[in-house]
Write a protein that binds this ligand. Structure first.
Ligand code: MLT
Length: 391
């Protein structure tokens, strides 16, 4: 037996597991303290009533012989894929049903898609970014190069045509910085990918937070992207499905003459048996008129939390970005150079949890991420505690 020694090259624990462990240890040692979590991007509002009704309806169907569902279509039910296609049509993007694949979430697909690519591909990853892109490629032993995202380029690196890459990760709106590419900027990335014969892996998990029309909600809003980009999205952030689990991946027929679409279907039909019928019914309710209105009301709560955190940073004179088209505020650590030290200080002195920028890459050092996904009350209290600490 030979183990995959590439695992020796990933950090001992996944970023958010490390944070959860640290917070649990602190909570055990200080049972009297009220910890406010603005760390992992996990939602706090319950599922929308339209989703709950659809889930209940589907549970009832499963209890009757006439409407029971066993294995579903591996790629997802037509009713959900059609709803997703209509959602994309509103963004001016036409998708065929066989280009959409329903899954249990964007994170799994982002890791699993690597089955389709040879290990000697060179991977280009922005730094800082969602750690899953780097970790999954390190596990597979791929060579990774980085595109520096810094305050100077607004945390939106543009391609260097002098550098060759085969797989390119783009997350927009970005996790962790909240920076989002315009359609014009993404056009340059598409041009780069096409010139290099590369594939863009576009993570659109936070598209629902975009309010500015010039920003792209999907890479397919850029001409030519269907020939070089795979897009991942999720119901976690738009509809609070972090615990319910549902996402989707778009693999256009136009990439490599349909080969990648066929390979992903082959991969999924072999290794995955689909998302529960009940969950897919709940997800489809997100796109009904009622469901969307309820979901927008939930998103407005998170957007207002983001504004509150931003106002707190303004008041303290702390430099930050994000929060406008994103649920994340990305700030320069006040009074600290090392983001893990700032993490400890904030936890111990204000009992507020955030995410150290260093966990997202070298360029994240000295920065810190706060999420807007907690309740308005907890967010307000966290802001007061932070103000007390730094004013
Ligand atoms: C985060 O906090 O970065 C996200 O919640 C991670 C995820 O969506 O998997």
């Amino acid at each position: 037996m030979k183990i995959n020694t590439n695992y020796d090259n990933v950090s001992q624990s996944y970023l958010f597991s490390t944070i959860a462990k640290k917070v649990a240890a602190y909570a055990a040692a200080h049972p009297d303290k009220k910890i406010i979590k603005l760390g992992i991007g996990d939602v706090t509002l319950p599922l929308a009533p339209a989703v709950i009704e659809a889930l209940h309806g589907a549970v009832d169907e499963m209890g009757k012989k006439e409407t029971f569902h066993g294995y579903g279509p591996e790629q997802g039910y037509g009713f959900l894929k059609d709803s997703i296609a209509q959602y994309y049509a509103q963004k001016g993007v036409t998708l065929a049903s066989d280009e959409i694949f329903i899954s249990d979430g964007a994170k799994s697909d982002i890791g699993n898609i690597l089955d389709l690519f040879a290990t000697d591909n060179v991977v280009l990853v922005p730094d800082p970014v969602y750690p899953v892109y780097v970790d999954t490629n390190v596990m597979a032993g791929r060579k990774i190069i980085f595109a520096d995202a810094t305050a100077e380029n607004g945390f939106l690196p543009m391609p260097d045509f002098g550098v060759d890459a085969d797989l390119i990760y783009i997350c927009s709106p970005n996790n962790p910085t909240g920076a989002a590419y315009t359609k014009e900027q993404l056009r340059v990335w598409v041009e780069y990918a096409r010139e290099k014969g590369a594939i863009i892996l576009f993570d659109a998990a936070y598209e629902c937070f975009i309010t500015d029309d010039s920003l792209a909600q999907s890479i397919y809003q850029v001409e030519g992207a269907k020939e070089c980009a795979i897009e991942f999205c999720s119901f976690s952030k738009i509809a609070g499905f972090t615990g319910t689990r549902c996402g989707y991946t778009v693999v256009p027929d136009a990439i490599a003459g349909g080969k990648l679409n066929h390979m992903w279907l082959r991969r999924q039909t072999t290794k995955f048996n689909g998302v529960p019928y009940i969950v897919q019914r709940g997800a489809a309710a997100v796109f009904t008129e009622r469901g969307m209105a309820q979901i927008k009301a939930n998103l407005a709560v998170y957007q207002s939390n983001a504004k509150r955190i931003a106002a707190c940073m303004d008041e303290l004179g702390v430099w930050y970005t994000g929060g406008k088209n994103s649920p994340y505020i990305w700030l320069r650590c006040p009074k600290f150079d090392k983001s893990w030290e700032f993490f400890d200080y904030l936890l111990e002195s204000a009992t507020v949890v955030g995410t150290p920028g260093a966990g997202f890459g070298v360029n994240g050092e000295g920065f810190f991420r706060l999420t807007a996904f907690n309740t308005p009350e907890a967010t307000a209290e966290a802001c007061e505690r932070i103000k007390k600490l730094f004013s």
